[in-house]
Write a protein that binds this ligand. Structure first.
Ligand SMILES: Nc1ncnc2c1ncn2[C@@H]1O[C@H](COP(=O)(O)OP(=O)(O)OP(=O)(O)O)[C@@H](O)[C@H]1O
Ligand SMILES: [Mg+2]
Length: 345
């Protein structure tokens, strides 16, 4: 039987959702990154008992084709909702409905308890300010530097440059890219570009972040780095995330690894593999416009639904391959670390 870890979601508290300090070595990909906790979590007293995002019986169709047929779910602060479906299953549509870019034909969409279903553009603005998005395609401006990409929204809003720079540097430190601040996107790897997109999504201290296929087309260690950033946002910053993906390797990692802070103040991400199943991270699976599964990854893996089994087994080979590659990458890192340590002895 798998243990379930409940990361506590405080109610009416301004304190970040800290994990107890863990012992153990820090994850290599996070060694030089910093935590945002004191800087990002600035809400005076957010009410953690209200869902950050709620869909109530949402129906939506494009040209008489049902895309969503009575979809309901909630995501709380400090939680991740992973949305799975086949291609064209309505995942990106859900994100557009959250942003108010599309309107449901029936049902309601609520952001932090506010029903935004019939909001006009000016009413939507303060709600959108609470939401960051990492687009499926990355969405960086090729001609703008990393700094200007991350600073895009505050520049548009005419904020003071000094304040913008402080925030941009903090966010780039979080994604471990401060050194690349003056580079153009095409001077960065795809994984680094994704991290810039994440930094940009975090501008303005959002309480909700939407990730549309953030690890697609990334090699396993880079995908793990992105997953770890998402885990840190969940466990250390209390962000509510919606993660659209079809990669079971990412699903497995995000549902079984958690972030904490060591006594020395280092951020670590611990992977517990099959031993744990995090209850703050749930899967929602869509098929033919309807929710066919809602629950933990453990329940998902044990589902007897043949479609779900096929979905899992269809990517299982890839999953095993990726894990092996990631382990190899970690070992390689350890070897390098080991030889460096040997040299300095
Ligand atoms: N602007 C549009 N006009 C008409 N149909 C659309 C439009 N955008 C999306 N659709 C249709 O809505 C359905 C859901 O699309 P959506 O982009 O939400 O799927 P998805 O699950 O994100 O797919 P993928 O995994 O390929 O990104 C698809 O059948 C798609 O063809
Ligand atoms: Mg999509």
């Amino acid at each position: 039987m798998t243990d379930h870890i409940e990361t506590q979601v405080p109610t009416n508290s301004s304190k970040p959702n800290r994990q107890a300090p863990y012992s153990g070595s820090p994850s290599e990909v996070l060694e030089s990154a910093t935590t945002l906790e004191s800087s990002l979590v600035q809400d005076e007293s957010p009410d953690f008992s209200i869902p950050a995002v709620e869909f109530r019986n949402v129906h939506f169709c494009f040209e008489d084709e049902d895309v969503l047929d009575g979809v309901s779910f909630t995501v709380m602060r400090g939680e991740i909702k992973i949305i799975l479906s086949a291609s064209g299953g309505g995942k990106s549509t859900i994100l557009k409905l959250i942003l108010g870019l599309l309107k449901p034909d029936e049902g309601e969409v609520l952001i932090e308890g506010e029903d935004i279903t019939n909001y006009d553009e000016s009413q939507l603005k303060p709600c959108r300010d609470k939401i960051g998005i990492v687009f499926q395609e990355g969405g960086l401006f090729d001609s703008l530097s990393v700094y200007d990409n991350v600073a895009y929204r505050p520049h548009e809003e005419g904020e003071a440059e000094e304040e913008i720079e402080k925030e941009v540097r903090l966010l780039l430190r979080f994604v471990d890219l401060e050194k690349e601040i003056d580079k153009l996107p095409n001077e960065l790897s795809i994984g680094m570009q994704k991290r810039v997109s994440i930094a940009r999504a975090l501008v303005g201290n959002p309480s909700i972040v939407l990730f549309d296929e953030p690890t697609v087309a990334l090699d396993p260690p880079t995908a793990a780095t992105i997953s770890e950033l998402i885990i840190r946002l969940r466990d250390l910053e209390n962000i509510a995330s919606i993660l659209v993906t079809h990669e079971m390797d990412t699903v497995k990692y995000i549902t079984t690894a958690y972030a904490g802070i060591t006594k020395k103040g280092e951020v670590i991400v611990k992977e517990e593999g099959d031993k744990f199943c995090l209850s703050n991270t749930k899967i929602l699976m869509l098929r033919e416009s309807r929710v066919i599964f809602s629950g933990t990854n453990e329940e998902f893996a044990q589902s007897e639904d043949p479609y779900i089994q096929k979905f899992i087994s269809g990517t299982e080979l890839e999953l095993r391959g990726n894990r092996a590659k990631r382990e190899k990458a970690k070992n390689k890192y350890s070897e390098e670390e080991y030889s460096q340590a040997k040299e300095t002895e």
